[in-house]
Design a protein around this ligand. Sequence first.
Ligand SMILES: NC(=O)c1ccc[n+]([C@@H]2O[C@H](COP(=O)([O-])OP(=O)(O)OC[C@H]3O[C@@H](n4cnc5c(N)ncnc54)[C@H](OP(=O)(O)O)[C@@H]3O)[C@@H](O)[C@H]2O)c1
Length: 326
Amino acid sequence: MRTRKLGYTDLQFTTVGLGTWAIGGGGWEWGWGPQDDAESIAALRRGMDRGINWIDTAAAYGLGHSEELVGKAIEGRRDEVVVATKCGLVWEEGGTTISNRLKEDSIRRECEQSLRRLNIEGIDLYQIHWPVPDGDIEEAWGTIANLIKAGKVRYAGVSNASVEQLKRLQPIHPVAALQPPYSMLERGVEEALLKFCAANDIGIIVYSPMQTGLLTGKYTKERVAALADEDWRKDRNPHFKEPQLSANLALVDGLRPIAARHGKTVAQLAIAWVLRRPEVTGAIVGSRKPSHIEETVEAGDWVLDSQDIAEIDALLVDRHRTLDQG
Ligand SMILES: NC(=O)c1ccc[n+]([C@@H]2O[C@H](COP(=O)([O-])OP(=O)(O)OC[C@H]3O[C@@H](n4cnc5c(N)ncnc54)[C@H](OP(=O)(O)O)[C@@H]3O)[C@@H](O)[C@H]2O)c1
């Protein structure tokens, strides 16, 4: 698969990376419902077998569970993958909800816990999950910089940050990577972040490129209605609710012929579309079973042509018009 250099670092990332939010499973406030651990591990290993060389996880996913599964999946294969995880979201022992905390003692404790769960000596990319509370981001960043000096972390990244926040972090320690949302339905990153990161040699690994599954082409209204009650998408993801849902499913129907004329799927098209931007280092692609990643890994080498991009632009304009009129 194609690779792109992550910002100023010496890391070459495959254009598709492995996302692990969903495999954290249910039982917490941002869970994705029932998930089979053996399938999760098999999915990660299948992705590695297919050449994907980085995994994104977070302490919060499944309240530590996702990190534990990543640790199992990479056992004996540590040299094949870059491991990226995140800090700054914490939970009480026995609880199901998370809260933001960026204080030094907390980040240090989180780092030790992540290393233990992942069963590794050092974290390749340690990211602030959410820059909240804003007043504490410098403290968290300085702490991660010290963890780098201590050899526990290789590079520092931040997720969901603004240009202003990146500017505050840069003088303390260079930002290796930003992790923002990016998909056909969430294009905010195009306004200023892509340009700023490219100009400052900051890598960009984008999340939810298939809009948490909606842009795979596998969803219908019936399937959305059948999502497990404990799947956060059911009630908390506006893209899965009306009026957006109908407009989004209409968009997917418009994407089908574009994908089909290349012998590809809508899921692959959604990923290839975010990769059309050269500022994007890679797409973080979630999968819950081996067949998911078997399909989506193919997007890593697909370069859209100008006609594809123009047609998608037109579909997105139509979608906006429909929603504005509604
Ligand atoms: N930093 C942050 O704040 C943040 C936020 C979100 C995500 N992330 C990271 O980015 C990763 C990717 O984003 P994401 O997982 O939210 O969304 P995504 O990659 O857009 O969608 C992943 C979901 O799509 C469905 N899917 C995947 N491949 C499929 C296939 N071939 N056929 C049918 N369905 C398929 C699966 O869910 P179903 O089968 O249930 O539909 C899967 O869990 C996350 O796992 C996480 O590592 C980070």
